[in-house]
Design a protein around this ligand. Structure first.
Ligand SMILES: [Zn+2]
Length: 194
């Protein structure tokens, strides 16, 4: 019996992307049966907000953050959240949940006629501050990642948390350059938020 290697499978293993640092989060569940993963959701996060370069986001997503380490952390104490990916200011890429599974990043949400976007989206967190700008290295890493996700999953849409939960969420916000991402990816305009 011969097995033919699939060109895509070298990059992905059971929903884990080969070029990301892996840190498994306990905060995930199974996707509903038949879920069509056709949406990428972009977020921004930094802990404490506006401070970059620490390990606190990784700790939050792996339920190891010390809630007493900073006054801000008390305001989010006990939350159990995750994203599939996290891109640091220098472009370093982390993965916490297999893209085959459902990460907990979107909350109450609605987009392209469907509710509960966690069911059938891939969530990417950018280290940053809502409304502020992002680094060239982050766009570079993000574009490469989105292209890789698009080769593995039937992605049709990419949107911000602010677009899938308007009024409740406003990340990544005005400082995110959607036009730049579109140029980098060369995906059709209708894939992007209007
Ligand atoms: Zn968000």
């Amino acid at each position: 019996m011969t097995t033919r290697p699939e060109p895509r499978s070298a990059l992905w293993r059971a929903g884990w992307y080969g070029f990301a640092r892996q840190l498994a989060s306990p905060n995930f569940g199974a996707r509903p049966g038949g879920a069509r993963v056709d949406l990428i959701v972009l977020h921004s996060i930094s802990l404490p907000p506006g401070q970059y370069g620490g390990e606190e986001v990784q700790q939050l997503f792996s339920n190891t953050l010390d809630w007493n380490a900073h006054p801000y952390f008390k305001s989010i104490e006990g939350v159990a959240v995750s994203a599939h990916f996290y891109i640091r200011r220098n472009g370093e890429l982390w993965q916490f949940v297999s893209c085959d599974d459902r990460a907990w990043h979107a909350g109450n949400s609605h987009y392209r006629g469907r509710d509960n976007c966690n069911d059938d989206s891939v969530g990417i967190e950018l280290e940053g501050l809502e409304g502020a700008t992002f680094e060239p290295a982050q766009y570079e890493a993000l574009a490469g990642l989105c292209a890789a996700i698009g080769q593995q999953y039937p992605v049709q849409h990419i949107a911000g948390h602010e677009h899938i939960a308007p009024g409740r969420k406003s990340d990544p916000g005005e400082g995110f350059d959607w036009a730049l991402l579109q140029r980098c990816l060369a995906w059709p305009k209708q894939c992007f938020p209007r």
